[in-house]
Design a protein around this ligand. Structure first.
Ligand code: PGA
Length: 250
């Protein structure tokens, strides 16, 4: 049985004071929710948010991480630094990291392995661009990103990895895949996981959908058998919009 996992990616939004207020509102309003919950603030607000959410049912994550433990990496943040400020999870391979900042599967794989070695949980994002979708390459792109991103990660570590399928054309655009379309792709992702690992890993892996998830589409998506959660961007920035998504069937 896969526990529903709803995560908010705050991207490059919120000062510490704003992040503190949102975290405090979420802590209060989501206290009875039994789904797995996570928020991922910017690096500068992680400690503030982790302090507010201590002892709550909401995990704290980072949106990215360096591919090295320490050293001459100007502008980067190491896994130890993330743990030091209270992050338990790290989102890796987000489409903005891939397509705006040029992260490759190889780089993402180095980060995935390092995060796992350092005891962080990982949300690994995958998904196709509009051009790739129109060229009929959805499964091929997902297979390439999963094979590359998970290279060298053994089945024993898969319990600490969540996959987020986020079609790039649906992120921040107001366009969502239909629940049927998303479920078909999630089923294909699960079968890729069976090829890469085995059926028990494929059956256990939590696969979130991301891309313009909102209150009016979350229930339809979550009703599908292969959709286990959501990675929410824009609608995670206010308690009014994130709370009902996180509570979707309570
Ligand atoms: P969105 O972002 O919900 O604003 O489309 C999702 C994401 O990028 O994780």
């Amino acid at each position: 049985m896969r526990t529903p996992f709803i995560a908010g990616n705050w991207k490059m939004h919120k000062t510490r004071a704003e992040a503190r207020d949102l975290a405090a509102a979420l802590k209060e309003q989501l206290s009875g929710v039994s789904h797995r919950l996570l928020v991922a603030p910017t690096f500068t607000s992680i400690e503030t948010v982790a302090t507010v959410l201590e002892g709550s049912n909401i995990l704290v994550g980072a949106q990215n991480m360096a591919a090295a433990r320490s050293g001459a990496h100007t502008g980067e943040i190491s896994p130890d630094m993330l743990k030091d400020v209270g992050a338990q999870v790290v989102i890796l391979g987000h489409s903005e990291r891939r397509h705006v900042y040029g992260e490759t599967d190889e780089l993402i794989n180095t980060k995935v392995q390092l995060a796992l070695e350092e005891g962080l949980e990982v949300i690994l994002c995958i998904g196709e661009t509009l051009d790739e979708r129109e060229a009929g390459q959805v499964d091929q792109v997902n297979r390439r990103q999963l094979t590359g991103g998970l290279a060298g990660v053994d089945a024993g570590a898969m319990g600490r990895i969540t996959i987020a399928y986020e079609p790039v054309w649906a992120i921040g655009t107001g366009k969502t895949a239909t629940p049927e379309d998303a479920d078909t792709t999630h089923a294909a992702v699960r079968s890729i996981m069976a090829d890469l690992y085995d059926q028990s890993v494929a059956d256990a892996v939590v696969i979130q959908y991301g891309g313009s998830v909102k209150l009016d589409n979350v229930a339809g998506l979550m009703a599908k058998p292969n959709i286990d959660g959501a990675l929410v961007g824009g609608a995670s920035l206010k308690a009014d919009t994130f709370v009902p998504i996180a509570q979707f069937d309570s």
